[in-house]
Ligand binder design. Structure first.
Ligand code: NAD
Length: 372
């Protein structure tokens, strides 16, 4: 909104200073530009009214192209509260038993699945079978096979499957990608991704393998996996990994506390990454090439993302990630817009293939060759 206002102020000032342009020209331009978007909106139901679902719902209130119109939850009290807060009709509210009926609801075009990781597979497939477009949170599933089944189910149902990779629309991240594509950093040689935080409550679903599918790598290390790919601009061909566990009582079997992993790319670039649930102050990407570098810190939080390159600080504006993501995803779904960095199910499967290999490498100590 601010940029539109800035543009109008600048344009009006220019127009007034230029005798050939009449005041009413600027007036009518203001009217045209200030018109709210009149076309088709993407009507979205959120499944899973938890902490991230709440953030997405709040951010969607500022969307131009996407609208929250439905809810899917197992907690009636939460549904009531959200209905009042966001004006959601009773007929657009479902629970986990009856949400297949959404297929008969013309008020809902897409379902955004924001539940614990291990539930995504079955829920996404059910949504696809109900004929609705699907957006699914990261990690899209708990292994690549599940991810591929979800991609196949959505293809078969002729619906799109998108993964909630909000950073693929983040301006400073995109600027680094543009600079890398323009050759500003020369030949890319190295990426470092440090992602972690100290996790609290030992009883939460994130530390229960049945619901999470794994530990820090599934939850936060995935940002380094995904970031390595969009920063380097290639797919890795091998992976090595080492696991460290200091608290086996909290981080039970199948829940990784800390994993260090390395990725090798065609042409010789390497990535060195850390994924952890046991350290704070870790949210940093660093990209190094023969002619320059880029750094983001914080790199993956909700923002503002901060960064610099060898040419100076990155000054792109902060945007609310989830508002931008949902407006862009509405255009991907409704207008077939092609995003600069893919956010489709296939993109999610690529991350899962690498994560499967990281777990295998950490368990066996072997270098795992990859075909992503
Ligand atoms: P949360 O615990 O706050 O919310 C999960 C929701 O799922 C709750 O409302 C819960 O009631 C519901 N749920 C349904 N069935 C459940 C079951 N069997 N057990 C437990 N809960 C159940 O978690 P969250 O932080 O909102 O995470 C949800 C998803 O969103 C995860 O996949 C996570 O990785 C993802 N996420 C993404 C981002 C991002 O920046 N893209 C940030 C946070 C979380």
């Amino acid at each position: 909104m601010r940029s539109r206002r800035d543009f109008l102020q600048k344009f009006t000032a220019t127009a007034l200073a230029w005798p050939m342009i009449q005041l009413n020209t600027a007036d009518s331009l203001e009217k045209i530009i200030s018109q709210p978007y009149q076309g088709k909106m993407l009507n979205v139901a959120i499944m899973g009214l938890g902490s991230y679902g709440s953030r997405v719902a709040a951010a969607m209130q500022d969307c131009q192209r996407a609208k929250l119109t439905g809810l899917i939850s197992g907690t009636p009290a939460k549904v009531k509260e959200w209905q009042q807060k966001y004006g959601i009709a009773e007929k657009n509210c479902y629970n986990y038993e009856n949400f297949d009926q959404i297929k008969d609801n013309p008020d809902i075009d897409a379902v955004y699945v924001i539940t614990p990781n291990a539930l995504h597979h079955d829920q996404v497939i059910r949504v696809a079978k109900a004929g609705k477009q699907v957006i699914c949170e990261k990690p899209m599933a708990v292994n690549a096979q599940q991810g591929q089944e979800m991609v196949d189910a959505c293809k078969q149902a002729n619906v799109k499957l998108l993964v909630g990779y909000r950073l693929h629309f983040e301006p400073k991240t995109l600027e680094i990608i543009h600079m890398r594509k323009a050759g500003d950093f020369g030949k890319i040689m190295f990426f470092q991704g440090l992602c972690g935080f100290t996790i609290g409550d030992p009883n939460q679903w994130r530390l229960d393998k049945k619901l999470s599918g794994g530990g820090a790598l599934m939850d936060i290390g995935i940002y380094a996996v995904n970031g390595a790919r969009y920063m380097v601009g290639q797919e890795p061909e091998w992976v090595t990994a080492q696991e460290n566990k200091t608290n086996p009582e909290k981080f039970k079997k199948g829940i990784d506390e800390t994993i260090m992993f390395q990725l090798g790319f065609p042409g010789g670039a390497v990535a060195s990454c850390l994924s952890t649930y046991a350290m704070n102050n870790l949210d940093r990407f660093f990209l190094d090439g023969t002619d320059g570098f880029a750094e983001l810190q914080p790199a993956t939080g909700y923002g503002p993302i901060e960064g610099k390159t060898n040419k100076g600080p990155l000054k792109q504006p902060h945007i609310t990630h989830q508002t931008k993501q949902m407006d862009e995803m509405a255009q991907i779904i409704l207008d077939n817009k092609k995003p600069e960095v893919p956010v489709n199910g296939e993109e999610g499967v690529k991350d899962l293939k690498i994560m499967d290999a990281i777990y295998q490498a950490a368990q066996t100590g072997k270098k795992i060759e990859l075909k992503v």
